[in-house]
Design a protein around this ligand. Structure first.
Ligand SMILES: Cc1ncc(COP(=O)(O)O)c(C=O)c1O
Length: 447
């Protein structure tokens, strides 16, 4: 069997998934049936299916067959568990116990401001004073040029990403993303049937050469970058690299979506890539990571010529994000409390990084973000590790869900979702014991 043949078959299947011929969750034909149709052997089809399993495009179940990955894989990689017996290292959220009193206060003040206008429908994605929250928040952490007119409100950054991908691309278009990326972006691309292509990364994020190559060969409609404390690798892009990346995108006439949701964690503000791309850059941020994901307060700074298009998409999708939640955000921003909470979470993240460094001694240098990207020793395969960890009530995320194409032997650990430091330490010690365990039951399984 030629090397290329099974890859060609896999590509055919991907095209059929993209075109909707094999919809999400549908069962793929048995090996023999597809082999006859494509004039090949069942062994070649089996190999193509195996490749697609590795790329997380399809799933195989013994005795049931192979299925197109459905809805999204987010629920398998990120667990929003409320079970006190679990050590949840899978979800990237602030240490929420530190924010409760400020939030209670914000909600109480917002409740006293309830007027018919506040609890009714609003134009332009939300009220002016709520768009002002987005302008101030993004400006504090490195964005310039945000105004009441070009700053639009969404239900968090996830909603902003989905709206932008929907508005800027169509099914079958290619989106260029970091070669290891936030699975929420992969989930949107998969559900909306957009192709993705990974851009090579180094210790400072996507590389100029990698971006240049992808722009020239794949002609993506959109490039998506998470420039600060990137999810999952944790790397941050310095200002000089940002300027070069902006220049390459400007020259290629491509859109940029800059997801700067972790920008507030930088020790000092770094200019947004969008600062160099006023006509092509969409800057996304939200209050989820500094204050609370339950607020669902997200912001997009939109190029002037695109404001009405993106407003139309917001209106068609959600009409407007909850003005009451934005009123809470407005209370916290106008009193300065929002920025204090952000700073506290930033300090806490640094402490947690230090503790993780001591207990796990990871290869990666010390970072400032909410998570670490941990390389497993060769005796562990990430999926197997996640299963074994779950048996011990340790919830971690397998690196394979973040990989666009290449295999990875990493897991991602959130350092902030366990509120108590004592439990956090205990969970890390248990993880360390498991990582160091090497028994026959932990040997990689054959797919
Ligand atoms: C890079 C990135 N973008 C967006 C989101 C979603 O954020 P939000 O809660 O504001 O929708 C996350 C959440 O983990 C993320 O890591």
């Amino acid at each position: 069997m030629s090397e290329a043949k099974f890859k060609q078959i896999a590509q055919t299947i991907i095209s059929r998934i993209t075109e909707g011929y094999y919809p999400p969750n549908s069962k793929l034909p048995p090996h023999r049936v597809l082999a006859d149709e494509l004039n090949t052997t069942p062994v070649t089809v089996a190999k193509a299916y195996k490749l697609l399993v590795e790329q997380n495009r399809v799933e195989s179940f013994v005795g049931r067959g192979t299925f197109v990955c459905g809805e999204s894989q987010l629920s398998r990689v990120i667990h929003a568990s409320e079970d006190e017996t679990e050590f949840n290292f899978s979800i990237l959220q602030p240490c929420l116990s530190h924010n409760i009193i400020a939030l209670q206060d914000g909600f109480q003040k917002a409740a006293t401001r309830i007027t018919p206008q506040l609890i009714g429908y609003a134009e332009y994605s939300g009220h002016q004073q709520h768009r002002q929250v987005g302008v101030e928040w993004a400006a504090r952490y490195g964005l310039s040029g945000g105004t009441l007119e070009n700053t639009l409100l969404t239900d968090g950054a996830q909603n902003a990403l989905a709206l932008l991908i929907e508005a800027l691309t169509k099914p079958g278009d290619t989106i260029a993303i970091e070669s290891l990326t936030y699975p929420g972006i992969l989930a949107i691309a998969s559900l909306m049937r957009r192709e993705v292509i990974g851009i090579e990364m180094d210790a400072h994020g996507i590389t100029p050469d990698g971006l240049q190559h992808v722009l020239q060969t794949a002609k993506p409609k959109v490039v998506i970058v998470v420039p600060s404390h990137q999810n999952p690798t944790g790397v941050s892009m310095p200002a000089a690299r940002r300027e070069i990346i902006a220049q390459l995108i400007r020259d290629s006439h491509t859109w940029l979506i800059e997801d700067d949701i972790y920008g507030f964690l930088n020790p000092a503000p770094i200019p947004a890539i969008c600062n160099w791309l006023p006509e092509q850059g969409f800057h996304v941020t939200s209050l989820s990571k500094a204050i609370s994901p339950a607020l669902r307060c997200g912001f997009i700074k939109v190029p002037d010529a695109q404001i009405s298009t993106i407003n139309a998409h917001i209106r068609a999708n959600i009409w407007l994000s909850s003005p009451f939640n934005y009123q809470v955000a407005a209370e916290l921003v106008s009193s300065g409390m929002a920025f204090e909470l952000a700073q506290r979470q930033q300090q806490l993240a640094q402490q947690r990084q230090q503790i993780a460094q001591e207990i796990l001694t990871p290869e990666t240098p010390h970072q400032h973000g909410y998570h670490i990207w941990l390389k497993l020793p060769p005796h562990w395969q990430p999926e197997r590790f996640v299963l074994e960890a779950a048996k011990r009530h340790l919830l971690v995320s397998s690196g394979s869900y973040f990989a666009v194409h290449q295999p990875t032997n990493h897991i991602r650990l959130s350092l902030m979702s366990i509120n108590s430091e004592a439990r956090f330490r205990e969970g890390l010690h248990q993880l360390k014991d498991l990582i160091d365990t090497c028994t026959t039951s932990t040997l990689p399984f054959q797919v």
